[in-house]
Design a protein around this ligand. Sequence first.
Ligand code: AMP
Ligand code: GLY
Length: 447
Amino acid sequence: MARLRCPDSVNVLLLGTGGREHALAWKLKKSPRLKTLWVEADANAGLLEIGRVCPEPMTDTFRLARWCEREEINLIVVGPEVPLAQDFVTKMSDLPRRVVFGPTRAGAQLEWDKAFAKQVMRAASVPTADARTFTDLEQALAYVDTRVDGCVVKATGLAAGKGVIVCKTIPQARAAVEDCLSKRLFGDAGATILIEDLLEGPEVSVIALCDGQTFWVLDAAQDHKRVGEGDTGANTGGMGAFCPTPRATNDLMRVVERDVLVPTIDALKRMDVPFRGVLYAGIMLTPAGPKVLEFNTRFGDPETQPMMTRLKGDLVELCWATATAQLSLVELDFDSRAACCVVVCAKGYPDAYAKGHEITGLDDAKATTCVAGEEIHLFHAGTTRKNGKLVTNGGRVIGVTALAATVARASALATEAAAKIRFEGAFFRKDIGANLELHASAVAPRA
Ligand code: AMP
Ligand code: GLY
């Protein structure tokens, strides 16, 4: 990998159309190096306000590469997991002066193949739930019948955050196995399943930038995956998130770095896969210590929304350094304030929901009373424009993100502002970042 220095003037193409990407775009825009930011044609309305539209589909990498040459694109930032699994990064990294941020398909296998991730963790002694892999219905059912405790049935492929079924009883587990292997609830993504031990404990998302050799832990955040308040109801992509989290003590982060990040990156290196991009470890803090629930190989959504509002420095340079194995040359710094994102969703989400409802109240939400040092940012997720009006276009519609002195205050502010966003069937969780055992200011800065 050539150690190209990050140019002073960079044209960036950003892949992805959701809330995570709006937050990334917002942060890329702040870079003094950014010349032009290009986004996908079907990006949300927030992205389209700040980026120029790339006319080529991201799936036609041949045409896209030619377009990138014409427009002198220097940096491509890949937001979502699907292009990573399709090896977009390898296909587009064929020009010496173009750099692509994200792992190759081989690195992204940690996310698109949970059975592979389990093997890597097992081989590298990374703490995780014990699990077995099945493709055969009868064998999987026979295994479930031998279990005494609950278990978790997981589709091993990409299932948009939905391929995990937590089962407290054997009948529930049998039904989950049938849903995956027989009814194909998650399509081909669930043609192979993992049946793993049910762990218990609070969760934390640890998100690191890796360049193949060095890594920086960007931040630890708390996501809220269940649709209902008090962590009830169906799993979603994420109803809200905040950072920093008092759960990520210095001791915990040292253990996660030593026992999870280092051995995983080393194991991939031994397989000749230098991992360059985002390594996101979903961790459960069990009584037996932190254990990995899953790896993602891209930024979290909605964790990115609060994270980007806290990240100081130049995201263009950071992506460049990650993709060119120069992370050891850059410094990371975070705003000392806390950030909290509350996602306003469409009625029905995470199941079927309607689209096309007019959205109002954005200006009111932004005008929510803040004291000095507080900020509110609205990151679009599922929005589009129709006849000049802003309308809903997804299950997660807008991520209302507040920065304030403490998580408690950021949570209160984001929740107050979220209530001002109106469309038919709008709902959000009112307990994102609430009920924290500890004050954000009690989190010691990491050494
Ligand atoms: P994942 O997509 O693998 O992070 O799983 C989604 C959610 O399912 C996690 O955030 C956990 O709440 C839950 N989960 C996943 N694996 C386990 C496990 N082994 N034990 C208990 N809960 C789990
Ligand atoms: N918020 C969880 C994820 O991005 O997978």
